[in-house]
Design a protein. Structure first.
Length: 132
């Protein structure tokens, strides 16, 4: 009876990881954020269409001034930006081969996601609490 060789590389055995050491986290995060978007996007479209009589600035402010709508929009923003950042990170990791370029693009991806999320959440909270 012959012994089958192990499926890990020598470096993988030393580090304790196989070839896919980090893909599961991204896979699960991408699927959960997609599920959140599948639930939150129709809610946003339907509730905005039902509560806003027309596309006006005042109607949008009134919509975001309601706490339930503000929380829902913040959750939608968070899920969308997280989903976007994971997808962009996967593209950079898979297709960019130069280490410096990869590092810079991953840093820009992370910082841009944080900046977009912070600005969007700040805007929603500012509208909700100040009634501007």
């Amino acid at each position: 009876m012959s012994q089958t060789p192990p499926m890990r590389s020598a470096l993988g055995r030393v580090r304790g990881h196989g070839a896919g050491h980090g893909g599961t986290d991204h896979f699960i995060g991408q699927r959960l954020s997609a599920l959140a978007l599948l639930l939150l996007t129709p809610w946003f479209v339907v509730s905005a269409a039902l509560s806003m009589p027309g596309p006006s600035y005042v109607a949008a402010i009134d919509f975001l001034s309601q706490p339930v709508n503000a929380v829902g929009v913040i959750l939608l923003i968070g899920a969308a930006i997280y989903h976007m950042c994971i997808g962009a990170q996967e593209i950079v990791e898979d297709y960019i081969t130069k280490p410096l370029t990869k590092t810079l693009l991953l840093a820009v991806n992370t910082l841009l996601g944080i900046a977009l999320a912070a600005a969007a959440v700040f805007a929603v909270l500012n509208i909700n609490f100040s009634g501007v």
